[in-house]
Design a protein around this ligand. Structure first.
Ligand code: SF4
Ligand code: SF4
Length: 384
C-alpha cells in the first residue's frame, strides 16, 4: 500500500474537503451477487467492499471519490484504501478539482474508473487536464425524462466510443430526478445512473431502484446525506442505502479522514433496528426542509423558476455543508430569469405542488438575500 504524507487530522478547519461514494458487497459477496474474485477487481483492498456493475462487468468500490476535491492526499488516501471509482466535472471548484485529479492521475490513473460529467466543450482538453486518454463513464446531465436519448447526445457518445475516448455512458440528474432517472434506466443507453438519493428520494424511488437492478443498470447514489447533519445518523443512513441491493455506489462528502474511516467501517456493518428507527424519526421531522429535487414546484411556477437549484445552493451547499464556493457557483449558474429575483411574483403557486410541503417562498426569498450579499470568505467555510 502506498504511503502518503498526511496525518489523521480533521481538515475542515484547513478549508479542505472531499466527496466519497459508497456501494457495498458484504464480506466479499452481496445478496444476489457473485462471490467477489479479487483478481477481477481493480485496486482491490481487503478492507473495501465492492459491487458488480452488471452492464459493464466491472466491480466498483463501495466507496468512490467525488468531484469536489482539491486535495491530492484525499485521493491518495481513498485509493490506498481500495477506492476504485472517482467522479469529476471540469467546473468543480472553479477548475481546481480537475487540476488536482490530473496530478493524482500521473501515478494513479490505472487504479481507478473515471466518471466525468459532460459539462465540457472539448473532451480532449478535459483528457489532457486529467492526464488520461479515456473516460470510463461519461455522465450526461439530464433533468427531464424526454432528454435522456436526444440524438445529439447519442451521436457524441458514438463518436467518443469509436475514438476510444469513452467506454460507457452514464446519466446524472439534479432536476425531475425520479422521472429522468427512470427514463435513463429504461433507455438501454446508460450503464450507470446517478440520482440524488437523500431520505425522501430513497423512499420515493424504491421501484425505480428495483427496476435498475432488474435491468442491470448500476446506481451511483449522490447527495445521500442531504438534510442529515448528525454524524451518527449519516453513518446509519449510509448503511440503510447500502442495504438496497440496487445501489452500486453512493457519493458522500466527508470532512476528515476519520470520517472516511467510519464510513468504510459502516459499509461492512448492518443497520440496527435502533438506527433505522432514528432515521425514520429524522425523515418525518425534516420532510418539510429536505428537497428531493422532483421539480414539481418548477412545473407549477408561471416563470419556471429553478427552485430546487436555489434550495440546493442555500440549504445544502451553503448552510449544511458550509461550502460557500460551490453554493455561489451553483446559484450563479442558474440561467437569468430562472433564479427568481424580480420574476418571482410571490404568488405561492409552487408551494401546494411540493410533495414535502416545503415553505418555498420563504426559502427562495432568503436565498436571494443571502446570495445578493455573500458573506466574506471564511465566514461560511468550505467543507466539500
Ligand atoms: S412564488 Fe415565485 S417561484 Fe413560486 S410559483 Fe410564484 S413566481 Fe414561481
Ligand atoms: S421544493 Fe418540493 S416540489 Fe420543489 S423540487 Fe423540492 S421537493 Fe420537489
Amino acid at each position: 500500500m502506498e504511503k502518503h504524507a498526511f496525518t489523521r487530522r480533521n481538515f475542515i478547519g484547513a478549508g479542505l474537503g472531499a466527496t466519497i461514494g459508497v456501494g457495498a458487497a458484504r464480506g466479499g459477496s452481496f445478496a444476489g451477487q457473485d462471490q467477489v474474485d479479487p483478481t477481477k477487481i481493480l485496486n482491490y483492498r481487503p478492507e473495501m467492499e465492492y459491487r458488480r456493475l452488471e452492464m459493464t462487468d466491472t466491480w466498483l468500490s463501495v466507496i468512490s471519490l467525488g468531484g469536489l476535491v482539491a486535495v491530492e492526499s484525499v485521493y491518495h488516501y481513498a485509493i490506498d484504501h481500495g477506492v476504485n471509482t472517482v467522479h469529476m466535472a471540469d467546473g468543480y471548484l472553479g477548475g481546481r478539482a480537475i487540476e488536482t485529479l490530473g496530478k493524482v492521475f500521473k501515478t494513479r490513473r490505472k487504479d481507478v474508473y473515471l466518471a466525468v460529467k459532460d459539462t465540457f466543450d472539448d473532451i480532449d482538453v478535459v483528457l489532457k487536464q486529467l492526464n488520461t486518454d479515456y473516460i470510463d463513464f461519461l455522465m450526461y446531465p439530464r433533468h427531464k425524462a424526454d432528454e435522456v436519448d436526444d440524438p445529439e447526445m447519442l451521436e457524441s457518445l458514438e463518436k467518443y466510443q469509436k475514438a476510444g475516448k469513452v467506454r460507457f455512458a452514464g446519466l446524472t440528474s439534479h432536476g425531475d430526478v425520479k422521472a429522468a432517472t427512470a427514463a435513463g434506466i429504461e433507455s438501454g443507453v446508460f450503464s450507470l445512473v446517478m440520482p440524488v438519493l437523500n431520505q425522501p428520494n430513497l423512499e420515493a424511488m424504491d421501484s425505480d431502484l428495483a427496476r435498475a437492478r432488474q435491468k442491470g443498470v448500476g446506481i451511483m447514489a449522490m447527495k445521500t446525506m442531504k438534510g442529515i447533519e448528525d454524524d451518527n445518523l449519516q453513518v446509519g443512513y449510509l448503511k440503510k442505502v447500502l442495504q438496497n441491493p440496487a445501489v452500486t455506489t453512493v457519493l458522500k462528502g466527508f470532512g476528515s479522514f476519520e470520517m472516511f474511516d467510519s464510513y468504510l467501517s459502516a459499509a461492512r456493518e448492518t443497520l440496527s433496528a435502533a438506527e433505522d428507527r432514528s432515521l425514520y424519526r429524522h425523515a418525518q421531522a425534516n420532510r418539510q426542509s429536505n428537497c428531493m429535487m422532483c421539480d414539481a414546484c418548477r412545473e407549477a411556477c408561471p416563470n419556471g423558476v429553478e427552485i430546487s437549484t436555489i434550495l440546493r445552493s442555500k440549504d445544502y451547499y451553503a448552510e449544511q455543508l458550509g461550502d460557500w464556493e460551490t453554493a455561489l457557483e451553483t446559484y450563479r449558474g442558474i440561467p437569468a430569469g430562472k433564479v427568481g429575483d424580480d420574476r418571482c411574483l410571490l404568488c405561492g403557486d409552487c408551494e401546494p405542488a411540493c410533495p414535502n410541503g416545503i415553505d418555498i417562498v420563504n426559502r427562495t426569498t432568503a436565498a436571494r438575500r443571502l446570495f445578493s450579499a455573500p458573506p466574506a470568505p471564511g465566514v461560511l467555510g468550505h467543507s466539500v
